[in-house]
Design a protein around this ligand. Structure first.
Ligand code: AGP
Length: 610
């Protein structure tokens, strides 16, 4: 979603803002802009629809935009299309400029009131009401900070803001409610940003703002207060991210890089969490034992790919005797709950900033769910800060909008979780030791699965002119089929649907003809016999099958059936391994289709609005 960067320096901030915007690109956006207080004390603003290159062209064509205080923004359109007029920063009275990530829910009411008060609007956005509110309060005698406080007090919704006033160069005011915002602290430079990755070329020291914080920064000072002006104490953190960890290296796309990092990411997620025979329960936090001992059921909450990881975990947990429900976070929010006793909420999120997931965890607390565990990839995220128990996935920064290594590491983390919960339901030492041994082999098995790439590349050619595809899976591999279909639709724009193979005859079989590619995963498990039957049903109707099959299944290619053998693996890790070829297929189809793989249209990396 939208990205914010602001900087105050003794030198020109333009390069800092542009570098920050580039580093925020991964969040997803469709226009961008910046505003800088020029040396002569005037406010200059440039904006452009489309990719950052368009903003750079606009800057090159301008008379120049330089100064020591500025704010910049990548906008992911919500209210109004991605036009120049709707791009941020929004300006009022040529003096106040503001960038916002979030949604002002009562913007219509505020806009009507502001229009009655004589304020002009130049965009269709909800954000413009905030900058006009601030100006109105200043016109009526409030100082800059008071005007910000008065304006924020009138807002409903979630937002992160960065605001400059041309009459006060060297000062930026920021505010956070709901959407993420951090302050970066450098040497004679201070920054505001949506996340630390935007600042990593300049500093690793940062402060995470909490909901309700208002921050006032200058070149050497950071002051945090609440809406009523009471000082707020926030810790300084140091990021472990290195500027290189977000570099593309020799890869064509971040998605390609991240797919190939999955062996290492799995290994990093296991590191320090297992011995030769056991999962170390302490990795879930000091309170884990007490909470797990009294947990009788699990409720998993997540969105998108993270939801698919949750679906896989349900099979693992229930197989070990632990009742488990999985729900899409936004749906969980939409109804009342009959809360099971001693139920642990497990929230899964790569970013830890997905608003639906955050809200669903808060709602679960309100409803009376006992405790919460976050499985997350972003250590400084809201989810991690708000959860009682935390297990970090160590995927490293994931830049491609389509989640790959985050999914695989979520599955690794969930496997660890299933084992420690399984102990409470009778998993004995010998069984645990076997499962841990299988997990240890996972990184090497992932590397082997990646070797299928050239075979998959050839298969991807068959999708060059396709608009639709079906994905089939059974049992624990149905969520893997769902994930494969999501990957394909996200980055290649091929309409892909996944079905449990047993559902085929209940409707989707009507779609099968010689034009319809049908992708299936066929591990060597108890479902194989039935799956073979489903494969024949598709073949009999002329459907073109592509089956990723465990080499022990003895499935072989014949008319309308292409089999790609995946080296045989233990069933406990098979869903992770069968994910890899589906990711590679989506990647190579998108490559052939020539889409913007890392930043697919209309999507954002971190969905911070409802
Ligand atoms: C994955 O490819 C998607 N981009 C998306 O479904 C994502 O998984 C979802 O938005 C949840 O994000 P989170 O894991 O950061 O909460």
């Amino acid at each position: 979603m939208c990205g914010i960067i602001g900087a105050i320096s003794k030198a020109d901030v333009l390069p800092i803002l542009l570098d920050g915007l580039k580093r925020l690109e991964y969040r997803g956006y469709d226009s961008s802009g910046l505003a800088i207080i020029q040396e002569k004390g005037s406010l200059s603003r440039l904006r452009a629809p489309g990719k950052l290159i368009e903003l750079e062209r606009t800057i090159d064509a301008s008379e120049g935009i330089h100064g020591r205080t500025g704010i910049a923004h990548t906008r992911w359109a919500t209210h109004g299309p991605p036009t120049e007029n709707n791009a941020h920063p929004h300006v009022s009275g040529e003096r106040i400029a503001l960038v916002c990530n979030g949604i002002v829910e009562n913007h219509e009411e505020l806009r009507n009131w502001l229009v009655d008060e004589g304020m002009d609007f130049h965009s269709e956005t909800d954000t413009e009401v905030i900058v006009n509110l601030i100006r109105l309060h200043m016109d009526r005698g409030s100082d800059f900070m008071s005007a910000v406080r008065e304006s924020i007090g009138a807002l409903k919704g979630a937002y992160a803001l960065g605001i400059v006033n041309a009459d006060e160069p060297g000062r930026i005011i920021g505010a956070r409610r709901g959407s993420p915002l951090i302050v970066g602290v450098g040497k004679d430079e201070t920054y505001l940003a949506s996340d630390i990755s935007a600042l990593i070329a300049h500093t690793r020291d940062f402060i995470v703002l909490e909901n309700g914080d208002i921050v006032d920064i200058d070149q050497n000072r950071v002051t945090i207060t609440d809406l009523d002006g009471r000082p707020q104490d926030r810790d300084m953190r140091t990021s472990t991210l290195s500027p290189r960890s977000t570099e593309l290296g020799n890869h064509r796309h971040y998605m390609e890089k991240e797919i190939h990092e999955q062996g290492q990411a799995a290994s990093d997620t296991l590191e320090g969490r297992i011995t030769a025979r056991r999962v170390l329960e302490a990795c879930f936090g000091t309170e884990a034992k007490r909470i797990f001992d009294k947990t009788r059921a699990i409720q998993i909450l997540a969105c998108g790919t993270s939801y698919h990881a949750g679906l896989v975990a349900r099979y693992w947990l229930e197989d070990l005797g632990i009742p488990c429900q999985v729900e899409i976070a936004s749906e969980f929010l939409s109804r009342k709950h009959a809360v099971p006793r001693d139920c642990l909420v497990v929230a899964l999120s790569q970013s830890g900033e997905t608003i639906d997931t955050l809200s669903s965890v808060a709602y679960a607390k309100e409803c009376g769910y006992a405790h919460s565990l976050a499985i997350c990839n972003a250590p400084d995220s809201s989810l991690v800060r708000d959860s009682e128990l935390v297990l970090m996935t160590h995927a490293g920064p994931e830049i491609g909008v389509a989640s790959t290594k985050a999914f695989v590491t979520q599955l690794v983390a969930l496997r660890l979780f299933a084992i420690v919960m399984g102990r409470r339901a009778g998993l004995d030492m010998a069984e645990e030791s076997k499962l841990v041994r299988e997990l240890r082999e996972l990184p090497a098995r992932i590397e082997s699965a990646l070797e299928l790439e050239s075979a998959i590349q050839a298969i991807a050619e068959q999708f060059a002119n396709k608009q639709h595809a079906l994905f089939l899976g059974r049992g624990i591999h149905y969520p893997i089929a769902l994930e494969g279909a999501l990957k394909l639709k996200e980055i290649s724009y091929v309409h892909a649907e996944a079905y449990p193979a047993g559902e085929l005859k209940h409707g989707p079989l009507a779609l099968v003809d010689s034009e319809m590619p049908v992708v299936s995963v066929a591990p060597n498990d108890m479902q194989l016999g039935k799956l073979k039957g489903n494969i024949e049903e598709v073949r009999a109707r002329g459907g073109k099958l592509i089956v990723f099959a465990d080499s022990d299944t003895r499935l072989s290619s014949r008319e309308n059936l292409q089999v790609i053998n995946v080296a045989s693996v233990e069933s406990s890790i098979a869903p992770i391994i069968f994910t890899i070829p589906l990711q590679l297929l989506a990647y190579h189809v998108a490559l052939i289709k020539g889409t913007d793989i890392d930043k697919p249209r209309n999507l954002a990396k971190s969905v911070t609005v409802e």
